[in-house]
Design a protein. Structure first.
Length: 94
């Protein structure tokens, strides 16, 4: 059972259900997994927020808020698309 199922949603992109994005039409997961992609752990969320704060603050000052928000969204959705595409590769689990 996927640990993400305890959230009461269908966020399974990080739980090996990446092909379901295409098979079942769960296209929103390519973007929403950025915010809900691991078992409910306060430490995981804390370290994600810490990383965004440490590196994102400097980038936002240089690029501006709008450009940084666009960068964050594009890289997040891009990573989701790559994860879905990689799930179709004929390789074993790492």
């Amino acid at each position: 059972m996927c640990p993400c199922s305890s959230f009461g949603c269908s966020a399974r992109l990080a739980c090996g259900g990446t092909q379901a994005v295409l098979e079942r039409g769960w296209f929103w997961q390519v973007g929403t997994y950025m915010f809900l992609h691991a078992a409910p752990s306060p430490m995981h969320i804390l370290f994600n927020m810490l990383g965004v704060w440490m590196f994102g603050t400097k980038l936002e000052r240089v690029w501006g808020t709008q450009a940084f928000a666009k960068y964050y969204a594009v890289t997040g959705v891009g990573a989701g698309i790559v994860a879905v595409a990689a799930s179709f590769l004929p390789i074993g689990a790492l």
